[in-house]
Design a protein around this ligand. Structure first.
Ligand SMILES: [Zn+2]
Length: 75
């Protein structure tokens, strides 16, 4: 799995599309997710939105349509 091209907040719609910013954020994502799990919660996204204190949102790659619209090649 490569680095997502874009990440979107699931609450306020804030977008991060800078490749280097995403890579930097992803480096800290694991530590953040572990800290959420330690609080007996489940992370919804890869890392918190930069407006997290206001929106409480978490960043995810945009929903991919390909999950739901596969070609007709299944056997
Ligand atoms: Zn947000």
């Amino acid at each position: 799995m490569g680095t997502p091209k874009k990440l979107v907040c699931d609450r306020c719609g804030n977008e991060v599309s800078n490749k280097y910013a995403i890579e930097l954020l992803l480096e800290g994502a694991e530590a953040w997710q572990l800290s959420v799990i330690e609080r007996d919660s489940m992370p919804r996204g890869l890392f918190p939105c930069e407006n997290y204190r206001l929106c409480g949102g978490e960043m995810n790659p945009p929903k991919s349509k390909s999950l739901f619209s596969r070609g007709g090649n299944d056997e």
